[in-house]
Design a protein around this ligand. Sequence first.
Ligand SMILES: NC(=O)C1=CN([C@@H]2O[C@H](COP(=O)(O)OP(=O)(O)OC[C@H]3O[C@@H](n4cnc5c(N)ncnc54)[C@H](OP(=O)(O)O)[C@@H]3O)[C@@H](O)[C@H]2O)C=CC1
Ligand SMILES: O=C1O[C@H](COP(=O)(O)O)[C@@H](O)[C@H](O)[C@H]1O
Length: 498
Amino acid sequence: MSPVEFKENTIITVFGASGDLAKKKTFPALFGLFREGHLSSNIKIYGYARSHLSIEDLRTRIKSYLKTPTEESKAKVEPFLQLIEYISGPYDTAEGFVKLNQSILEYESTNNVQQPHRLFYLALPPSVFVDVAKQIKEQVYATNGITRVIVEKPFGHDLDSSRQLQEQLSPLFKEEELFRIDHYLGKEMVKTLLVLRFGNPFLNASWNKEHIQSVQVSFKEPFGTEGRGGYFDNIGIIRDVIQNHLLQVLTLLTLDKPKSYNAEAVRDEKVKLLKSIKPFKFDDILIGQYGKSEDGSKPSYLDDETVNPNSKAITYAAIPLEIDNDTWRGVPIIMRAGKALNDGKVEVRIQYKPVDQNDIFADIPSNELVIRIQPKEAVYIKLNSKQPGLSNSTSLIDLDLTYNSRFGDFWIPEAYESLIRDALKGDHSNFVRDDELDESWKLFTPLLNYLESEEGPAPVVYPYGSRGPEQLPQFLKDHSYVVNKEHIYQWPVTKPQL
Ligand SMILES: NC(=O)C1=CN([C@@H]2O[C@H](COP(=O)(O)OP(=O)(O)OC[C@H]3O[C@@H](n4cnc5c(N)ncnc54)[C@H](OP(=O)(O)O)[C@@H]3O)[C@@H](O)[C@H]2O)C=CC1
Ligand SMILES: O=C1O[C@H](COP(=O)(O)O)[C@@H](O)[C@H](O)[C@H]1O
């Protein structure tokens, strides 16, 4: 039976409404859905936090983050803000939740709601997840309706703490009521991975160890931990981005074909794939921490006053892995992520095996399929072709699907817009299931324990604004990734330079 979609008279409550995530992502995503007609004007949104804010304070905080690409959308800001009410109260005792419940009941009674639909969004630090979850269950759970709870990462710090969190949440909410957000699952290019693979048999036919030489999932950010050092110091780039976002991308990229496109069938295959990843080799990992930029204008990680002055926190990591199944055995795969690099980009690179050296076209570059998740979503395949005109030489060209040239200004929802809409529809496809989470922690916890132990290696220092540790090119080469010399590949080429 398909899940019930929340439409009219839905109640949405954002806990931690005074915070950073709520201001920058949650409320703007709700506005994006409202602006595009995916959120009825007949709903009610509550912001809840401890801070003593007036509703006007909250609206002012949110307003500058709402995106209004057209004149028409500017006119929607005020009606949206009027849907919001603010309630101040503690997280660990009942009084604020009782107030919230009274207000919700009044709204539902005025609107003659028979089956309440309530969505709770926990934009909160994990230290208060369980307190809030208990209060929701005791005070504002829709006993004669449907309750859905969106939880933000981090889902634990390691396998034990993740299981502990799960053990505390599962008596309160059924798995179908919980929506664990990994916002990368809401990104357009991540959502397209299954269609790209299984909707294009010619691509899928080559998506295996017979044809693929190496796979890379890489994340580069051009800024450091500015202002978030205190949070990051205890977390590091592996927990921040790799154990969740990059692993999700990798899983969708490599899973076996699910029985159907249904959420559970897809998540079953994700779990199966995670189980077949071999334990990481501790001595084959590249880790770094950024130092000052070469010109001295940008600070090192340790310059941040909120971090431990002797911190070994990892701001860059390249982690090779191997999938031990018949499709992928032996294919080198790397997940790498870094802060304070020379670029801001997230992409997947699949390099194909070279042309057979006895073939008529030996010495031509290998094919490469690139899926650029951000910025400017694109999929392009590097192909060999004859140089146009009189020449008989080969040249590297591309089949290019760059979204903004192909689809123009078509609305592509942002990750949080897409995921909140999925939660309203009750669609779990793009949320993390409990067993998936468990498998990912099983994989990463031994590595994190090793890296964070006394004998763990010190990260190598790389300059802020660089490509990462200087060992990277050799590291990639050792894992079968070939860097094409720039002069061979021109992209995008409309007029060949002969
Ligand atoms: N910010 C971001 O971009 C991202 C955040 N996240 C995750 O989302 C969640 C919320 O993040 P973010 O908004 O940045 O967090 P904040 O630190 O801004 O916290 C949100 C709100 O929670 C309350 N709060 C903060 N610290 C405590 C505490 N120790 N005890 C009780 N209440 C507290 C505060 O509200 P008040 O005091 O008014 O009650 C605060 O406004 C976190 O789990 C974070 O890891 C995930 C991805 C990105
Ligand atoms: O979860 C996180 O993700 C962001 C990167 O998200 P993006 O959508 O901007 O790519 C990262 O900056 C942050 O450190 C991390 O906590």
